[in-house]
Design a protein around this ligand. Structure first.
Ligand SMILES: Cc1ncc(COP(=O)(O)O)c(C=O)c1O
Length: 417
């Protein structure tokens, strides 16, 4: 079969019919040529993205020769500069090389990938786990492989983009419910009784810092015969008695079907995983396209995560310190008069409102020596643009005092408080 025959099956008939109108065909690049927003913000001196960091020691970074206190990372346990993590990664790089140069399916699997899966199953309390090149690809692969034509996936409106895109890739139906509104989820599940169902929620919402009411989600899923996936990107290593995530935090690990996580945050590396029952993991191993058709995590990244898991077990005080910092910053920022939304985790948003006002606020913080993340729609609902702050176990109290001082100064200056 030639290429055009397969194309004509995939594309509706009228799209291939030549147009009779005398109009030039649109250029797919026209949207790029018309895109001005980034340059407009740059011209105002407020462009906040792709900031080149020249050096870092986790809690502080250097930009244009200036040191800034970092409260805009996801380096929750402060492990990306830990000498044990770096040594493990270096040793693996020497032994296995810089990369696998292939998919795990064919030539990119090592004993380190396999060992990591055993450790992740142990950590999450699930029978098996599967490691992907990134957390984003994990959600893409898991959702698109599991949600078939006769299935419906129910997602929170503020779920991470990778869950949303996983739904786009799946042939099933997607139903969104209002953020945190579990009555809405309940009602929507009741409307589709005769399809396969799975609910996918973030454990900790990355831009809000709130924790999903997982016991209630579990109860609703059980009543409607739905499977449940929890994306614990911001919870593994952070939440739960041993850092196993949201299900452990609520003591309901056996009630959550699939736990998804990433290594790009508390585990100071790159990669992602899903943990669940053995047969589902086995199925995903042979059907998740981002796993099969993309190169595997570098062995050095696997070794870094294995070292992080060991440290997580040996040093629970890191998690305690992280939470103490998160609570302190939430309470003190709120006390200064900032709107911190419903933050519960060590992610504390400071809601500003408009995009430009948020960029201007970000820039003043940056100039004063505090590195944060400005977040605008569509990552957050419109008119609730914010400065996202997040904390690191190894921040010192002096660094956090400084951050609060700067927020106070800039907040007053800009009329936010
Ligand atoms: C909730 C959530 N899920 C998934 C991801 C993707 O993780 P990764 O960085 O490993 O692709 C992120 C990263 O921002 C996230 O916040």
């Amino acid at each position: 079969m030639d290429g055009s025959a397969s194309l004509s099956r995939a594309v509706p008939e009228d799209v291939l019919r030549p147009t009779l109108r005398d109009e030039p065909a649109p250029d797919v690049f026209s949207k790029a040529y018309e895109f001005r927003r980034a340059d407009e913000v740059r011209a105002l001196g407020l462009y906040p993205y792709f900031v080149p960091i020249e050096a870092s020691d986790a809690t502080e970074v250097t930009v244009e020769g200036r040191r800034l206190v970092m409260v805009g990372s996801n380096n929750y346990l402060g492990l990306n500069h830990d000498p044990r993590v770096i040594a493990a990664a270096q040793e693996a790089m020497s032994k296995y090389g810089s990369a696998c140069t292939g998919s795990r399916f064919l030539n990119g699997n090592t004993d380190l990938h396999d060992r990591l899966e055993v450790e992740l199953a142990r950590l999450t309390g699930k029978p098996a786990a599967l490691v992907f090149p990134t957390g984003f690809q994990t959600n893409l692969g898991v959702i698109s492989a599991l949600v078939g034509r006769n299935d419906t996936v129910f997602i929170d409106k503020l779920d991470h983009a990778s869950i949303v895109d996983g739904c786009f890739l799946s042939p099933g139906e997607t139903v969104r419910f209002r953020h945190g509104d579990l009555d809405d989820l309940d009602a929507k599940l009741a409307r589709v009784p005769s399809r396969g169902k799975i609910v996918a929620v973030d454990g900790v919402f990355s831009m809000e810092g709130d924790i999903v009411d997982l016991p209630r989600v579990v109860e609703i899923c059980e009543r409607h015969g739905s499977r449940l996936l929890v994306d614990d990107a911001h919870s593994v290593g952070v939440l739960g008695a041993t850092g196993a995530g949201t299900a452990e935090h609520f003591g309901i690990t056996s009630k959550v079907d699939l736990i998804v996580g990433t290594f790009s945050k508390a585990f100071a590396s790159i990669g992602g995983f899903v943990a669940g029952e053995r047969s589902v993991i086995q199925y995903l191993k042979h059907h998740a396209r981002p796993l099969i058709f993309s190169a595997s995590m570098p062995p050095s990244a696997c070794a870094a995560v294995l070292a992080c898991i060991e440290i997580l077990r040996a040093e629970p005080e890191r998690r305690e310190q992280l939470w103490a910092h998160g609570r302190r910053m939430r309470d003190e920022l709120k006390g200064l008069g900032f709107d911190v939304g419903g933050a519960e985790a060590p992610i504390v948003p400071v809601i500003i409102g408009g995009d430009l006002q948020t960029f201007a606020f970000w820039k003043r913080l940056f100039d004063e020596g505090v590195y944060t993340n400005p977040v605008i729609s569509p990552a957050v609902p419109e008119h609730s643009a914010r400065i996202r702050t997040s904390y690191i176990a190894t921040h010192t109290n002096e660094q956090l005092d400084f951050v609060l001082e700067v927020f106070h100064k800039v907040g007053k200056e800009m009329g936010v408080i």
